[in-house]
Design a protein around this ligand. Sequence first.
Ligand SMILES: Cc1cc2nc3c(=O)[nH]c(=O)nc-3n(C[C@H](O)[C@H](O)[C@H](O)COP(=O)(O)OP(=O)(O)OC[C@H]3O[C@@H](n4cnc5c(N)ncnc54)[C@H](O)[C@@H]3O)c2cc1C
Length: 412
Amino acid sequence: MNRKIVVIGGGASGLMAGIQAARRGASVTILEHNEKPGKKLLATGNGKCNLTNLKIDPADYCTDCPATVRKVLQQFGPEETVQWFERIGLRIFDRQGWVYPCTEQAASVLDLLLWEAERYHVHFKNKEEVLSVENRTAAMGFTVKTKSWQYDADAVILASGSPASAVRGSSDFAARFASERNIPFAGFIPVLVPLRMADPSLGGWNGTRVHAAAALYIDGVPCRSELGEIQLTSSGISGIPVFQLSRYAAPALQADKKVVLTLDFLPEMKADELEDFWINREQNYSSRTYSQLLTGILPDRLIPVILAAAGLRGSMCPSLADHEENGTLSVLLELLKEFPVRIRGTLPMDQAQVCSGGICVSALTETLMCRKHPGIYAAGEAVNADGPCGGYNLQWAWSSGFAAGKAAAEEV
Ligand SMILES: Cc1cc2nc3c(=O)[nH]c(=O)nc-3n(C[C@H](O)[C@H](O)[C@H](O)COP(=O)(O)OP(=O)(O)OC[C@H]3O[C@@H](n4cnc5c(N)ncnc54)[C@H](O)[C@@H]3O)c2cc1C
């Protein structure tokens, strides 16, 4: 008799797990809460789906058990992923390691996954929200209960993702499941998320996009820095560099630590080059106001914010000698290179791309089976492993889905 496998969740990891189990001869049913599988996948990479990264370093994942995460990624890593997607019909390209479908449409990735699932006779039950998983009393295996039905299974793969994002279906089912079965679980917290600033008076910069370097300080200690396009909003700061730093800021904020980001608005210039540049500018345009001197250097909405922070709003530029003597020059130049933004929190879960936390990897074997509950596997964001932007999180979904699906079909 074919081994019966039920996959909870038809997202990236559930689809991969289901296909891998079915192509090894298992009879697979994917139970999906939404009316269709793969809703979050369609939203990835702004609809273009950054499906992996050729430069992935396993050390960049946050997890309670790096050794297992490394092993799972080794089994089915970026190279295997690219080859596998090419085999199922996807043409891909990479931009400095970040891999996308040539169509630049996440929908192509989802269609090919669904056709591959169909090829191996994976059954889909959509609009089926799983409520519980119970051990069968009379026989080995499990009964998976939804509102309207129940499904028997020899093995269950938990691929229900995390509550991150406003995409319908995003749920904390994994947390409830772990708590009912007493499986060690690291609480879900939003990461890859905009950061909320403590000082609302900075909100005047709302709508500004600026190429800048952001450096993160936790309790005054430098942590990491990132360079790229930063979006300044009325409540905080966003953009890929901020998302990358949010992975370290979010846990620090949870632990009540002091979190500050400094923004370098002129990252291509060293501090002494900026000083020479500015002195030259003041000398050439001595009749201009500060605001006029900053025009052409900074986006317009940023200028009053910087001047207010320097205490120079609306002022005419004094003579260079006065300016240097009363210290305003160094204050202004420092703010251009290291503008401090005190962070008071992250935006909520529905604004995050990913969650950190999930079922502790240390509670799982190397095939991602729960040590305490043989026959139950976990994959994707339901597991405590999250990576930076750039294809890391989908790669984890593919790798962990591969490992869990293969093992669920083969292990008895
Ligand atoms: C806007 C956005 C952009 C992103 N862009 C990228 C990117 O470009 N590259 C990248 O690597 N990562 C990206 N990510 C992250 C990536 O999408 C996720 O890490 C990945 O989809 C996780 O896969 P998963 O299978 O674990 O979860 P999901 O894809 O969320 O799938 C879980 C599925 O389980 C279903 N479900 C939940 N609870 C139940 C239940 N009780 N019963 C039945 N079904 C249930 C859900 O409806 C969902 O379909 C992005 C995320 C977002 C939100």
